[in-house]
Design a protein around this ligand. Structure first.
Ligand code: NDP
Length: 452
């Protein structure tokens, strides 16, 4: 970065932090994008004159609301609901809903900001948003989750719609929650539209939407590996998380010939040195999605695997490829150094912002393949975009059709990263590539649409 870009980033970040105190995840996400695009802004002064970056970090709208609900014993609980409608330059707001105890405004804003660039990268007409609540679905009965979802939607419904804002799932929001949210939306609006994505297959959902984020991350990793003449075949893969993204990343990596040896949750991780099989993945899906169990139960079923508790993460396990698929900042500088020292040469993010800035620095200094979530996990929202299209034309595509769209989108995103991220020595800086490619389209659309 030259002196101008350095000074621009520093003064921009100082102002952002002063104006948004305590929002550390939001600061982190903005700083990463800004560092990539500052030289680009300098080269195109009309973007500076139009104060595009200043406008991008100010959400178009933030909705914060009370979500009261009653548990099965009759006790009343009050949670906080959010929807951050960040940017609609490219299309209706689009982004998931997260139910997790850690949810706060900073996390919602970081996710909505990232989503804007990710959605741009997919080339589909979608703006950026994110929503959620500090409600923790863990240990709640189906009836409690339903009452919570109905209360949440009783406020949210007035702010969303198929041409306005189309939410989807995220951490803690899967098929069950989307069903309850959609049911209440339909009841309140008296209309059956594609306003939520991730719907059940019988009522407007797209084939392959549940698989899309994890599968898409593997398609992206295949492209990355191919730049070095490599593939998944025979590689050892470490995956974190045990939810939607992790399950399908592990499944696809295994089907592409890799030995996938770990999964985790917030309590710890399992290590299966023999690698997962179709049967073992099916067991995990049933354990997590139907029985809502914990990942440690895996070792009861498969005793040759081991479990490490105390919130441990799987990054100490020797591997060729790492796929963080749980949550933000789950992979720090020390973990990154361990991975690199153990020979890991490819890190493909399935989660949003799972690597800390220090970890990214370690990967990039070691010149290993590293892709940020906004590029490699974009297959989820891309397939949500395909679900919206199918809903609009009232048709249903086959799994093969959806998969071929997904494959093409992931390889187009990879090509965009190469175009904007290849450095003088030939190293592909996927962070820079994804940020600039995502940014340009949104920025120019904002300029075209005037000062709004
Ligand atoms: P799920 O709720 O299905 O699974 C989340 C997994 O991550 C669980 O195993 C959970 O464990 C673990 N986890 C959550 N929080 C923490 C934490 N603080 N520390 C350690 N582990 C944690 O979510 P998804 O699989 O849908 O989402 C995972 C990531 O992928 C998120 O970053 C999400 O934003 C991102 N993503 C998801 C997309 C999708 O289509 N679903 C699309 C694009 C990105 P536990 O049960 O203990 O909480």
């Amino acid at each position: 970065m030259d002196a101008f870009a350095k000074k621009y980033v520093e003064s921009f970040m100082n102002e952002l932090i002063a104006k948004n105190p305590g929002e550390s995840e939001f600061h982190q996400a903005v700083s990463e994008v800004l560092t990539s695009v500052a030289p680009y802004l300098e080269a195109y002064p009309y973007l500076l004159e139009n104060k595009i970056m200043e406008r991008m970090v100010e959400p178009e709208r933030v909705i914060m609301f009370r979500v009261p609900w009653m548990d099965d014993s009759g006790e009343i609980h009050i949670n906080r609901g959010f929807r951050v409608q960040m940017n609609s330059a490219l299309g209706p707001y689009k982004g998931g809903i997260r139910f997790h105890a850690s949810v706060n405004l900073s996390i919602m804003k970081f996710l909505a900001f990232e989503q804007t660039f990710k959605n741009s990268l997919t080339t589909l007409p979608m703006g950026g948003a994110k929503g959620g609540s500090d409600f923790n679905p863990r240990g709640k009965s189906d009836a409690e989750v339903m009452r919570f979802c109905q209360s949440f939607m009783t406020e949210l419904f007035r702010h969303i719609g198929q041409d306005t804002d189309v939410p989807a799932g995220d951490i803690g929001v899967g098929g069950r929650e989307i069903g309850f949210l959609f049911g209440q939306y339909k009841r309140l609006r008296d209309e059956f539209t594609g306003t939520l994505t991730g719907k059940g297959l019988a009522w407007g959902g797209s084939l392959l939407r549940p698989e899309a984020t994890g599968y898409g991350a593997c398609y992206f990793a295949q492209e990355m590996l191919a730049t070095r003449g490599e593939s998944f075949e025979g590689k050892t893969v470490v995956v974190s998380g045990a939810g939607n993204v992790a399950q399908h990343a592990a499944e696809k990596a295994m089907r592409l010939g890799a030995k996938v040896v770990t999964l985790s949750d917030s309590d710890g991780f399992i290590y299966d040195p023999d690698g997962f099989t179709e049967e073992k993945i099916a067991y995990v899906k049933n354990l997590k999605n139907a029985l809502r169990g914990r990942i440690k139960e895996y070792v009861n079923q498969y005793p040759s695997a081991s479990y490490t508790g105390g919130g441990a993460k799987p990054w100490s396990i020797k591997c060729d490829i790492a796929m963080p698929c749980a949550t933000q900042n789950e992979l720090n500088g020390d973990a990154a150094r361990t991975l690199v020292a153990n020979g890991c040469f490819c890190v493909t993010e399935g989660a949003n912002m799972p690597s800390t800035p220090e970890a990214i620095e370690v990967f990039q200094s070691a010149k290993i393949l590293y892709s940020p979530g906004k590029a490699s996990n974009a297959g989820g929202v891309a397939t949500s975009g395909l679900e919206m299209t199918q809903n609009s034309i009232r048709q249903k595509w086959t799994a093969e059709e959806v998969d071929s769209h997904l494959h093409r989108i992931m390889s187009d995103i990879h090509a965009a990263c190469i175009k904007y991220g290849t450095e003088e020595d030939g190293y592909i800086n996927y962070v820079k590539g994804a940020n600039i490619a995502g940014f340009i389209k949104v920025a120019n659309a904002m300029v075209d649409q005037g000062l709004v």
